[in-house]
Design a protein around this ligand. Structure first.
Ligand SMILES: [Zn+2]
Length: 288
């Protein structure tokens, strides 16, 4: 069932757990995320990123996500990840998304505040929760902003960290529900082992006073993820680990096939493997 994001986040705050926000870009991805959460009896945030429009056009994928989320036996929030275009966000809302990341982080701070504030005011009137970001978290994924050249080493990741004072002002003025905090992670794969800045996380939590979101969860050590949950992160965006997990098993399946292999068998193999990954993350966040 689709549930109110604010109530889910309040419950997570009260009981000190976090919810996995997992992007699905295929039918198998949706099935993997929801069946993982159902088997564990845990809530989940089913996400679609605007950057994946090419693979999963929202005009067909949006209603599909909503239909699966409604039928799920566990609480589901339908979330738009990194929505940058107003018309795209409106489409997501029309298709039933009840949580929106309005990403204006690439704009100057004052414009970011102004836009997010105006959007949040309207969004709240129709029961939509808003996530936003100050500063831009780097990426090892092409097209995600920040470091866009794949494999390029980021010289000073600290330059991308969220400033606690600015975060405090941003949250007070915009009245958003969740804040994307940058304190040591990047999107995509890591070139060097990530080390999270927990002192900064503590300050961001104190200054913002709202549930925090960590992007770039793939590849972060489990102990650090658990510490981040204790430190106030209530939503972990997890995509790369799930989305790449099926490649090798599929390769083996194709190589070892003794006769004709149907595509739905390959798709099923992908769903099974992605489910294992999703389950592992959901369990780690103490949301079971
Ligand atoms: Zn992100």
């Amino acid at each position: 069932m689709i549930v109110n994001p604010r109530e889910l986040m309040e419950d997570a705050q009260r009981n000190n757990y976090a919810v996995a926000g997992i992007n699905a870009t295929t039918l198998e991805g949706i099935q993997a995320v929801l069946s993982a959460a159902e088997e564990l009896g845990a809530p989940v945030i089913l996400s679609h990123a605007q950057v994946h429009e090419k693979y999963a056009p929202i005009d067909v994928f949006g209603p599909l996500l909503a239909a699966f989320a409604e039928k799920a036996k566990i609480p589901v929030v339908l979330h738009l990840d990194h929505g940058t275009q107003y018309s795209y966000i409106l489409k997501a809302i029309r298709y039933g998304f009840n949580s929106i990341m309005y990403d204006c982080a690439h704009l100057p701070l004052e414009e970011n505040i102004q836009r997010v504030k105006a959007f949040t005011e309207s969004a709240h009137e129709i029961g939509i929760s808003v996530e936003a970001e100050v500063g831009t978290m780097p990426s090892n994924i092409v097209g995600m902003g920040g470091c866009t050249e794949y494999g390029k080493k980021i010289d000073r990741i600290e330059d991308y960290f969220t400033d606690p004072d600015i975060a405090g002002r941003f949250c007070r003025e915009t009245k958003i529900d969740m804040l994307t905090a940058s304190f040591g992670t990047v999107h995509g794969f890591y070139i060097e082992k990530p080390v999270l800045d927990f002192e900064r996380l503590r300050k961001i939590k104190e200054a913002s006073g709202i549930p925090l979101v960590m992007h770039g969860t793939t590849g972060v050590e489990e102990e650090q993820i658990k510490r981040a949950v204790k430190g106030g992160v209530r939503k972990f965006n997890y995509f790369t680990g799930v989305a790449t997990s099926a490649s090798l098993p599929i390769e083996n399946k194709i190589r070892n096939a003794e006769g004709p292999l149907y595509y739905h068998e390959i798709a099923q193999c992908a769903a099974d493997v992605m489910k294992v990954q999703a389950k592992h993350m959901i369990a780690l966040l103490q949301s079971v």
